[in-house]
Design a protein around this ligand. Structure first.
Ligand code: ZN
Length: 174
């Protein structure tokens, strides 16, 4: 077959398939299937929208406890960039500086921070640098074991934990 013949064959195949497809689409079960598929897409879009609203409300409501989640030295400008993250709700400024494709949840944090204006985060500031995921886990664990603990008490525990961790690190180095 030369190219022209191949092309014509393809056109005729396509026509057959499209005909069969449109015949199928008249079938009641297929109609119902397509309708359900459409409903799923609509609901999924709605779910994304509501999830985003839910996270925005959570971030709005949270009285943040902010640690440094990322500190970066810029060798060219001899400047230090620091980013804060909340150990309670997980909102994290460092997403603004990410050099990778953001995950779904990170994108929500990014959009939220941009919508509020950069450097919006307010709350209790703790002068501690730590991995935010680890700090969040520590917060949740402490909250589970001591549900009545308040933010100030948490900060004291957390600072002691970080101190102890850095002491352990120093011992290891020796
Ligand atoms: Zn928070």
């Amino acid at each position: 077959m030369n190219s022209m013949e191949k092309y014509n064959k393809l056109l005729s195949d396509l026509k057959d398939i499209e005909l069969e497809k449109s015949t199928l689409e008249e079938n009641e079960i297929v109609k119902r299937y397509l309708q359900l598929k459409n409903n799923i897409t609509k609901l999924q879009n709605k779910k994304v929208k509501i999830y985003k609203e839910m996270k925005y409300q959570e971030y709005d409501k949270c009285n943040h406890i902010l640690i440094y989640s990322k500190i970066e030295n810029d060798p060219h400008e001899s400047r230090k960039y620091s980013y804060r993250g909340c150990v309670k709700c997980g909102l994290d400024e460092s997403v603004l500086d990410a050099d990778y494709t953001l995950s779904f949840d990170e994108q929500i944090k990014y959009d939220y921070l941009i919508s509020k204006g950069i450097r919006y985060m307010r709350g209790i500031k703790v002068e501690v640098v730590n991995n935010l995921d680890e700090a969040q886990k520590y917060y949740q664990l402490l909250k589970t074991n001591n549900p009545d603990i308040n933010d100030e008490e948490f900060v004291r525990y957390f600072e002691a934990y970080i101190n102890e961790k850095s002491q352990r690190g120093k011992v290891k180095e020796k």
